[in-house]
Ligand binder design. Structure first.
Ligand SMILES: Cc1cc2nc3c(=O)[nH]c(=O)nc-3n(C[C@H](O)[C@H](O)[C@H](O)COP(=O)(O)OP(=O)(O)OC[C@H]3O[C@@H](n4cnc5c(N)ncnc54)[C@H](O)[C@@H]3O)c2cc1C
Length: 400
């Protein structure tokens, strides 16, 4: 493998964040080394694969039936009292095959001019006496090479080692992580156009269960739980197995994956000198839903735009301004999603039922989901149940 001695940017991680950053930087004429430590980009898939909308995705990659496995038209939510609410969803979100999607993003970066290599782990950084990273150590099957660079991007996922190498505090405490277990099932008999969520203390205390259809009688069925403070010692897998027995007894499990999603609403610091963390490495997934595919690509795009501007203005010593730029554009959204997450998981089952019933009533018999109407209904429903919840939360905070 012919590596150069120096690149403008070295990127660790060939997931959506790293590949989009490499694509954008290469399109702008920078020399880019994109390193993915795994042998096969995108494998194993550790994701429920629900992406955003086709037109949002099209900003990063042309939507392609090779990686779009299903189009979603309806969302079903089942509350603690087992009453299901089902509505149409606007703009038809899509289900991906991440093994193909991630690989195509990676290949697109290479086609744009980035040197994109697999089996290549960024395993160390060297710094000059001003604290700027000057070299990245890249471990391939045969050797470790020290590669010169002007900038480093850590797009290396939840347990970012690049963050640790740069001295960034990336560790998440247990209450700030969704612990997830997911089964890929076949012989799934549900509808291919309907995603399902199940909540309540019996099925998933302090979390939720999802059923996302993949087409061809396949589905991803998983659980995300906040472990600490859940008041139970049972593992996510125990809850998921009980759910499978109760709700999907005929589905056959063909694959199991587990993973964590940081849900702290983002690292306070994710830039140090010329090292910047993006995507899951910076904890930029939605802290309520755990979704991070679109977030990580938006993050990559915004960071490269910022970097190009800094280079043009001769201000490359100011990479840290990206923290303010990101926070202004997306940080406030993560903050509100984090608040919603905390509030939702402090509700009792009867309060969740009341919340769902009020939101449902606000729609009447209209089947079509209307985003503004939905937020208004949620807001009004929350206002109704909020006073006792706030009182209880204050009391429990005082007691602890
Ligand atoms: C169970 C589960 C279900 C999920 N479901 C959804 C969903 O339905 N929808 C959604 O939007 N989001 C979902 N997410 C979140 C989503 O998967 C992530 O937010 C998204 O993958 C983040 O992309 P990324 O590029 O930042 O990181 P990743 O996709 O994690 O990519 C990081 C890459 O870096 C590589 N790497 C790590 N260290 C190094 C190194 N030192 N050198 C080189 N390479 C390295 C890894 O091998 C990996 O390929 C889910 C997550 C989990 C755990």
């Amino acid at each position: 493998m012919n590596l150069k001695d120096k690149y403008d940017i070295v990127i660790a991680g060939g997931g959506p964040a790293g590949s989009v950053a490499a694509l954008r930087a290469a399109q702008a004429g920078m020399s880019v080394l994109l390193c993915e430590k795994r042998t096969h980009v995108g494998l194993p898939v550790r994701c429920a694969e629900l992406a955003g909308y086709r037109d949002d995705l099209a900003r990063f990659i042309a939507p392609d039936s090779a990686f779009i496995t299903a189009t979603i038209e309806k969302c079903m939510v089942m509350g603690p009292s087992r009453i299901a609410y089902c509505r149409s969803v606007p703009r038809s979100p899509i289900m991906l095959d991440r093994s193909i999607f991630d690989r195509m993003l990676f290949e697109n970066a290479a086609a744009a001019g980035a040197q994109a290599i697999t089996n290549a782990e960024v395993c160390g950084l060297s710094f000059d006496n001003t604290g700027r990273a000057t070299h990245a150590s890249v471990k391939t099957a045969t050797r470790v090479r020290s590669i010169g660079c002007d900038f480093v991007i850590g797009a290396d996922g939840t347990e970012s080692s690049v963050g640790r190498m740069a001295g960034l505090p990336t560790i998440c405490q247990l209450p700030e992580i969704y612990s997830c277990v997911e089964y890929r099932v076949n012989q799934y008999s549900g509808r291919d156009d309907t995603i399902g969520f199940h909540v309540g203390s019996a099925v998933a205390p302090h979390g939720y269960i999802w059923i996302f259809p993949k087409g061809n009688s396949e589905a991803n069925v998983g659980i995300a739980l906040i472990r600490a403070g859940a008041g139970t010692a049972a593992s996510p897998k125990t809850y998921l197995d009980a759910f499978m027995r109760d709700y999907l007894p005929d589905a056959r499990i063909v694959r199991t994956v587990a993973g964590g999603i940081p849900i702290d609403g983002g690292l306070k610091q994710f830039v140090k000198g010329n090292v910047t963390l993006i995507g899951d490495a910076a904890h930029h997934a939605n802290p309520f839903s755990g979704g991070g595919i679109m977030n990580s690509m938006e993050d990559a795009d915004l960071y490269v735009q910022t970097l190009l501007r800094l280079i043009n203005e001769g201000k490359t010593h100011k990479c840290h301004v990206y923290e303010q730029i990101y926070t202004k554009k997306y940080g406030w959204i993560l903050k509100w999603q984090r608040r919603a997450q905390k509030l939702f998981y402090s509700l009792r089952d009867d309060e969740i039922d009341r919340l769902f019933a009020s939101v449902n009533a606000a729609f009447g018999t209209a089947d079509q989901f209307n985003e503004m109407k939905f937020y208004r209904a949620c807001f009004l429903a929350f206002l109704k149940i909020l006073p006792p919840v706030v009182k209880r939360n204050i009391q429990s905070r005082r007691q602890s």
